[in-house]
Write a protein that binds this ligand. Structure first.
Ligand SMILES: Nc1ncnc2c1ncn2[C@@H]1O[C@H](COP(=O)(O)OP(=O)(O)O)[C@@H](O)[C@H]1O
Ligand SMILES: [Mg+2]
Length: 358
């Protein structure tokens, strides 16, 4: 039998998407082939404490998909770097950071993993940080001719009394206002009037010092799953049909009432155009491993418009990312194998460019 790989599954984390990360991790742990992997789950609490595998397994098994805040009191806390350091056997190790949002998907954990020197699933520090920032990623997309919503990025220090009218002149109403670095629709609001715009900016500023204001797009929400390193492949597109006025946090994770359709019902040419744009956006942002690339599609207008790239998309069996691959011919379990291979492939490739002799 081929040598097994130790797969360290990092889950939980400090962002608003803690719960969905726990659900994703539980399914990854259940689906990974035990003949191929020795699974080591490590839970990160909302407070940022890392929990050793036994406690993490117990928390996972207990459901309801959430780690208690203070498992550390039981003396199970571990030091992040010590946990990830190669243990005293020669089993190859790969870390799968199944973490969403800030402090997980934004390059911070990736930086720690770089320092530890262990191969890990998904994008590196740069792509993770770029894709988490809705202003910087839009700038890169624009530079590469990728169509997107008209928008304006602003720093909280530069908010003046004149700004709301200026934004309305520039982008019209209604407007979407978002913290630049967040996710799961937290702090996102739709403003229909000047007063609502002022309130929306204030709200967004409580979550991040950088704020992005966008024109409101009337269109369908189409997503594409991308997989690969230097030669990424795009899945068939899927569609999200938000139940509320927009795809909110509650809709995504609590009520779960948003309907999805995979594959999306699109003309072949549009489907191909969106898949190609997804691969371009993925490469431009230097993504690796996996990402879900989200679009708006104006049927009678500008066509597909890039919304955002999620470098660690939800990974439950009913999440869009695995569902889109399933529809394209890659089953959930195989997806895990491919991601581990991509992590090892990138590590190998990069080690060839990491000469210690300067
Ligand atoms: N410019 C926009 N026009 C119309 N709807 C939008 C716009 N921006 C966001 N939305 C709606 O808000 C949801 C969340 O916004 P998004 O930018 O995807 O933030 P998050 O990173 O939190 O997922 C989208 O899925 C969509 O339903
Ligand atoms: Mg989104």
């Amino acid at each position: 039998m081929a040598k097994r790989t130790r797969l360290v599954v990092l889950f939980g984390g400090q962002s608003a998407e803690h719960d969905v990360s726990c659900v994703s991790a539980r399914h990854v742990v259940a689906a990974a082939d035990p003949d191929r992997y020795e699974i080591v789950p490590i839970g990160i609490t909302r407070d940022g404490d890392w929990l050793r595998s036994d406690a993490a397994i117990a928390a996972l098994a207990a459901g309801p998909a959430e780690l208690p805040d203070h498992l550390t009191a039981a003396g199970t806390a571990v030091e992040p770097r010590a946990t990830l350091a190669t243990v005293d056997d020669d089993l190859p190790t790969v870390v799968f950071p199944v973490l969403h949002g800030p402090m997980g998907e934004d390059g911070t954990i990736q930086g720690l993993l770089e320092l530890t020197g262990v191969p890990y699933v998904g994008s590196g520090v740069l792509a993770s940080a770029i894709c988490m920032d809705k202003i910087v990623s839009k700038r890169l997309a624009a530079q590469h001719g990728i169509p997107q919503a008209n928008h304006h990025g602003v720093h909280a220090d530069d908010i003046t009394d004149a700004l709301p009218d200026l934004l309305i002149d520039l982008l019209g109403v209604p407007l979407f206002v978002k913290p630049a670095n967040l996710g799961s629709s937290v702090g996102v609001s739709k403003a229909r009037t000047r007063d609502e715009l002022v309130a929306a900016i204030e709200l967004a500023a409580t979550f991040d010092e950088w704020i992005v204001v966008e024109e409101c797009i009337v269109g369908r929400e189409i997503e594409v799953a991308v997989l690969g390193n230097r030669e990424p492949q795009a899945s068939l597109p899927g569609e999200v049909l938000p139940a509320a006025e927009f795809y909110s946090y509650d809709d995504k994770y609590l009520d779960g009432v948003a309907e999805t359709q995979v594959p999306a019902d699109l003309p072949e040419a549009i489907s191909e155009q969106i898949r190609s744009l997804a691969v371009t956006a993925y490469s431009v942002m230097r993504c690796e491993g996996l990402a879900r690339v989200d679009f708006f599609y104006e049927e009678t207008g500008r066509g597909p418009l890039l919304n955002e790239i999620n470098t660690m998309p939800g990974f439950t069996p009913i999440s869009m990312y695995p569902k889109m691959w399933e529809a394209t011919g890659i089953a959930y379990g195989e997806l895990i194998d491919r991601l581990v291979e991509l992590a090892q492939g990138r590590d190998e490739r990069r080690s060839r460019h990491r000469s210690t002799e300067r």
